[in-house]
Design a binder for this molecule. Structure first.
Ligand SMILES: N[C@@H](CCC(=O)N[C@@H](CS)C(=O)NCC(=O)O)C(=O)O
Length: 107
């Protein structure tokens, strides 16, 4: 099993689905939470795109972008749906839940 470290701010946000997926899979991981005021300015420079969440694999590879991290973990650990259509439905749910998290609908 690879060594996983999840790096993010000291809040739920975009790290929540990643934490949930790793927990669902029963994979232990280091959950590193940075304090926005104290740690973030210096940490930001070390992160791809200067943003979190970031998944550090085996202390070497840094994966950015929450969707890419979720897809990677799903493929690596057997959660990726089979077939293009099922993958599209999963992607639709993923996109929609992120819209609901990020934006409010005007209507
Ligand atoms: N598309 C990126 C967005 C990443 C993002 O916006 N991260 C925010 C927290 S949710 C962040 O790191 N903000 C602090 C900053 O930009 O300094 C993803 O899904 O991971």
């Amino acid at each position: 099993m690879p060594d996983y470290e999840l790096q993010y701010l000291n809040l739920g946000g975009r790290a929540t689905p990643i934490r949930l997926m790793l927990t669902y899979l029963g994979i232990s991981f280091k959950d590193t939470k940075f304090d926005v005021q104290k740690d973030w300015p210096s940490v930001k420079a070390t992160l791809p795109f200067g943003q979190g969440p970031v998944l550090v694999i085996d202390k070497t590879v840094k994966l950015a972008q929450s969707h890419a991290i979720l897809h990677f973990l799903a493929k690596e650990h057997g959660l990726e749906p089979e077939g293009n259509l099922n993958q599209a439905f999963a992607e639709i749910k993923n996109c929609r839940s992120m819209e609901q998290y990020c934006c409010s609908t005007i209507s």
